[in-house]
Every structure is written in structure tokens, then in C-alpha cells.
Design a protein around this ligand. Structure first.
Ligand code: SF4
Ligand code: FES
Length: 316
């Protein structure tokens, strides 16, 4: 095991762990935000720079600080390493600059975006963003593209984190989309709008940190904070069948995989569970989902107001 100190908190982690993984073991405010890293996707991380931290001491053997801020999601810890995140004003300043950079092309359409309330970029902009933009040039705009019958891509909102590409690569066979071109011309291409028909393709919606990939069966139906997330399961041949169903009264408005406090999915679900099972009779409803991440959807204390009858909430 190697010892690492992050913002004064010491922890021992397995050799080869990254600074971000060590910080998540400590938990709380000292965990750097992450827009592109996703623990279950191989190769993710290193794209968005939101997780930058300062390494004030490289290791016990070499106590020199690292000259530049480093991406915590892809920098392995060394024994005796000391890291500064929220205790370093330079890191917070850099994070602000990264948010400004990510927002250069991202439209401020939270009031009509399905991801509002669950959006990592919205959270980041709230914590580190500025209320004014210095950007005067025209933003990139794209037409919306249907990727198959269930998923819509709205490239205007994409921050090119590559998570959906890794998901398609690692969970489905025959990936038909990827990042085309480079620099400010880079975009998610669907190879002449090929649809992605694989059974697990809907997981791209769950991993997208912004509202670029949305569920067509849920688009504009409701704001997420009006819905009650409930843990539910069903017998499924294709996936674990464990999901979160988002209910309004006794109606299921959408189905997603279960996410942890970092918004990451532990068990991916199939398209049948996600898009085709919207009847309460399809599911065994276990009870209100505990939303671990700080968000507008964790503010309504559903767990305290849940009624005795599964699937019905008293405060709706
Ligand atoms: S569509 Fe979403 S998941 Fe895919 S690269 Fe863009 S922001 Fe990331
Ligand atoms: S989360 Fe580390 S660079 Fe994106």
C-alpha cells in the first residue's frame, strides 16, 4: 500500500491507484470533479481537465513539487505524495478557466435541457463558473441527429468527453459512432447516421455528463426533480434487470441504470429495460432510491415521505 495526503487527509491505497481514486476513497469536498473519467470504462479520463490538482510533494523519495497542475484521474499516486485540491487557490482558479473553456461552445439552455438537475457541467458552472462570458465569436451549432429510434444526439451540448465512444466500444459490438475530425472541428459522428441498434446502446445516455445524448422516450416529458426515483428490478435475459424507475404518481416516465454519488453506473442495463418497460406491472418496485450525489433531485427527502404502498409517493 502507498500513503498519500490530499488536502491534509491521509489515506493508504493500492499502488497504481490514481489521485482521483484515492480522493474518492476519502470522499467529501476534496474529491476533484470529473467530466470525462468513468471508473468502469477503460481508457476514459485525461480529456476534460476539470480534475486538475497540484502535487505539492511528488513522493517520499523525490519531495519536489510537480511543475504544473496534473489531471488527477490519470496521475498515479506515489508513496508519500502530497496533493492540494480545494486548499490551493491556483487549482480553483484553473478549474474556473476550464469551466469557461467548456462553456465556450456549450449553449446555456438548461431551462429546456433534459439533463438539467443531473448535469455535471451545470454543477461545475454553479460552483466555478462566472456569470458573464468573454466569448464573442459564434458558437458551433449542429442539427439534432437521431441515433436509432431511442437516442437523440444534440452535438451543440457535447463536450467531447469520449465516454459514449468508450461505452459503445466496450459494451456493444460493431460501434458505429466516434469522434470525427480534430480541434474545433471535432464532433461525434455517426458514420452517415447509422443507427446504433445494439441492446446496450442506451447506456450512452447515462454516461453522457451533459444533455448531448438524450432518451427520446423521455424528452420534454418532465423535469427530473418532479419525478420520484425508485429502485426496481425485473427478470431480464440480457442484463441484471436492476434499474431506477422515475415515477410521477403511478406512472413510469423513464428508466435509467442506478448511479452512485459520482453519477456513475455500476451495472449497465439493456435497451429493453430502459425503453420498453414503462408499465409498473413490468417491475418489482423496491422503494425510493437514495440519491447520493448533491443535486436538486436529492433535496426533496423522498425517503422520508415515501408512502407504504410501493410506487406511490405522498408529495407528488
Ligand atoms: S455525446 Fe456526451 S458522452 Fe459523448 S462525447 Fe459528447 S458529452 Fe461525452
Ligand atoms: S476527469 Fe480527469 S481529465 Fe477529465
Amino acid at each position: 500500500m502507498v500513503k498519500v495526503k490530499i488536502d491534509g487527509f491521509e489515506i493508504e491505497v493500492e499502488p497504481g491507484s490514481t489521485i482521483l481514486q484515492a480522493a474518492r476513497k476519502i470522499g467529501g469536498d476534496i474529491v476533484p470533479p470529473a467530466m470525462c473519467y468513468y471508473s468502469s470504462l477503460k481508457g476514459s479520463g485525461g480529456k476534460c481537465r476539470t480534475c486538475l490538482v497540484k502535487v505539492a510533494k511528488s513522493s517520499e523519495k523525490d519531495p519536489r513539487p510537480m511543475p504544473k497542475l496534473v489531471a488527477s484521474c490519470s496521475t498515479p499516486v506515489q508513496d508519500g505524495m502530497e496533493v492540494e485540491n480545494i486548499t490551493n487557490p491556483g487549482v480553483l482558479e484553473a478549474r474556473k478557466a476550464v469551466v469557461e473553456f467548456l462553456l465556450i461552445n456549450h449553449p446555456l439552455d438548461c431551462p429546456v435541457c433534459d439533463q438539467a438537475g443531473e448535469c455535471k457541467l451545470q454543477d461545475l458552472a454553479f460552483e466555478h463558473g462566472s456569470s458573464l462570458t468573454r466569448y464573442e465569436e459564434e458558437r458551433r451549432t449542429f442539427d439534432k441527429i437521431d441515433i436509432g429510434p431511442y437516442i437523440q444526439l444534440h452535438m451543440n451540448r457535447c463536450i467531447l468527453c469520449y465516454r459514449c465512444v468508450y461505452t459503445a466500444d466496450q459494451l456493444t459490438d460493431g460501434r458505429v459512432h466516434g469522434v470525427l475530425n480534430r480541434g474545433d472541428a471535432a464532433e461525434i459522428g455517426t458514420y452517415i447516421e447509422n443507427s446504433i441498434e445494439n441492446d446496450m446502446s442506451g447506456n450512452m445516455i447515462d454516461v453522457c455528463p451533459v444533455g448531448a445524448l438524450t432518451d427520446k422516450t423521455f424528452r420534454f416529458k418532465s423535469r427530473v426533480w418532479f419525478l420520484n426515483p425508485m429502485d426496481a428490478h425485473r427478470d431480464c435475459d440480457c442484463c441484471s434487470g436492476k434499474a431506477t424507475v422515475w415515477m410521477f404518481g403511478n406512472e413510469i416516465y423513464r428508466v435509467t441504470a442506478r448511479k452512485d454519488e459520482y453519477g456513475e453506473v455500476a451495472e449497465f442495463i439493456c435497451n429493453t429495460c430502459r425503453f420498453e418497460k414503462k408499465d409498473t406491472a413490468d417491475w418489482v418496485i423496491e422503494g425510493p432510491r437514495h440519491i447520493e450525489r448533491t443535486s436538486v433531485i436529492s433535496q426533496n427527502h423522498y425517503e422520508k415521505t415515501a408512502g407504504d404502498v410501493p410506487g406511490t409517493m405522498q408529495d407528488n
